[in-house]
Design a protein around this ligand. Structure first.
Ligand code: MTE
Length: 349
């Protein structure tokens, strides 16, 4: 499947990033005193990267086999597993966001609110051994090691757009497998209407979880309706740019839901629960008027404090804002619009 969207180079010069969005959010933060929202603010400064070498096209990257991408610490068996990835039809003609941006401009509040905090502070995150507890409305509950989960599981590369609710975006080559493949193995019962995911809770390793100023509760929790979870686009990533996932990107495995705002794509998952009722997700609990359970990318429904009509495609800078139009469902409308037939998406945002 080729997912075509307008290239960054096609952007109209009239679409220039406004700094007022950033300022508006900062003043709200000050007033509300909710420091945890700071990291979800639009940070124009943190993403400046005018000196970045021109991103490689997918073809040139594949030719070199991602030669220049470092292999970070990970168990040998996992490195080998990731290396077996095949190309998939899930791709795009858009330029990949350079590895430097993908791995140094992150949201992972467990390691701080600055965009460069996760790269600095997650370096020693212990991801081996790793296991996932699976429970709730299923026939096969249990605690599965990562090796159990990946045994016999083919992996593939998918190039997806990631659109953050903060109005920046990237194009990332993930390695992983369809979430549906994994969930079906646990044999959900007819009562399984939703799937809830939890990130590791380990305050010793995760400084953000020790902070008494945090406005979000830990562990970080996200959820999907079961049909969203089973949609072929929904992906479990164990790697990016052909190598195992860096800790700051959610090692050893994370969710990727490309038609939803990035906060749904929960990192470093240790628990999956199948439920009959809608999960209480972290961002909905923290700001129900700002962050909805569905969180579908939607340029027609603005965030209460900024527009969602456009986004900054990284890398960008103040001089080259690289602002592009935001597409409904992040450009994956054909694949997912049917899931929301008859729903008022301004209410179910
Ligand atoms: N998962 C956890 N556990 N903690 C987080 O803070 N941030 C989310 C999401 N998953 C987050 C998380 C947000 S807001 C975004 S935009 C994406 O991760 C960013 O993923 P990236 O850092 O790999 O680009």
């Amino acid at each position: 499947m080729l997912i075509k969207t307008r290239k960054p180079s096609d952007v109209r010069s009239s679409e220039i990033t406004s700094e007022s969005v950033y300022k508006d959010r900062r003043s709200f933060l000050k007033k509300s005193g909710q420091f945890a929202f700071a990291g979800m603010g639009v940070t124009l400064v943190g993403c400046s990267d005018a000196s970045e070498a021109k991103p490689k096209t997918k073809d040139s990257v594949i030719e070199t086999g991602y030669d220049n991408i470092p292999q970070l610490r990970a168990p040998q068996w996992l490195k080998e597993k990731v290396a077996t990835y095949k190309q998939s039809g899930y791709t795009t003609s858009e330029q990949l966001t350079p590895y430097t941006n993908v791995t140094n401009y992150n949201n992972f509040y467990e390691f701080g609110y600055g965009k460069d905090d996760p790269a600095k502070k997650a370096v020693n995150l212990k991801t081996d051994p790793w296991s996932i507890t699976v429970e709730g409305e299923i026939e096969k509950p249990g605690t599965y090691t990562l090796e159990d989960i990946l045994k016999g599981q083919d992996v593939e590369e998918r190039i997806y757009r990631l659109r953050c609710v903060e109005a920046w975006s990237m194009v990332i080559p993930w390695v992983g497998f369809s979430l549906a493949d994994m969930l079906k193995r646990f044999q959900p019962t007819s009562k399984a209407k939703y799937v809830e995911f939890h990130t590791l809770f380990d305050p010793q390793q995760m400084p953000g979880q020790r902070s008494s100023f945090s406005a979000i509760q830990y562990p970080y929790v996200e959820g999907l309706r079961i049909d969203e979870a089973m949609n072929p686009l929904t992906f479990m990533a164990i790697g990016l740019y052909g190598k195992t996932l860096p800790p700051q990107n959610g090692a050893p495995l994370r969710l990727v839901v490309p038609w939803k705002y990035g906060f749904k794509s929960i990192k470093s998952i240790v628990k999956i629960r199948f439920t009959e009722t809608m999960p209480q997700s972290t961002w909905v609990k923290s700001g129900p008027n700002e962050y909805g359970f569905y969180a579908n990318v939607n340029p027609e429904v603005d965030h209460p404090r900024w527009s969602q009509k456009s986004e900054r495609r990284l890398p960008n800078s103040i001089w080259e804002p690289n602002k592009i139009e935001t597409k409904k469902f992040n450009g994956y409308e054909e694949e997912v619009a049917h899931l929301y037939k008859g729903m008022d998406l301004s209410k179910h945002f």
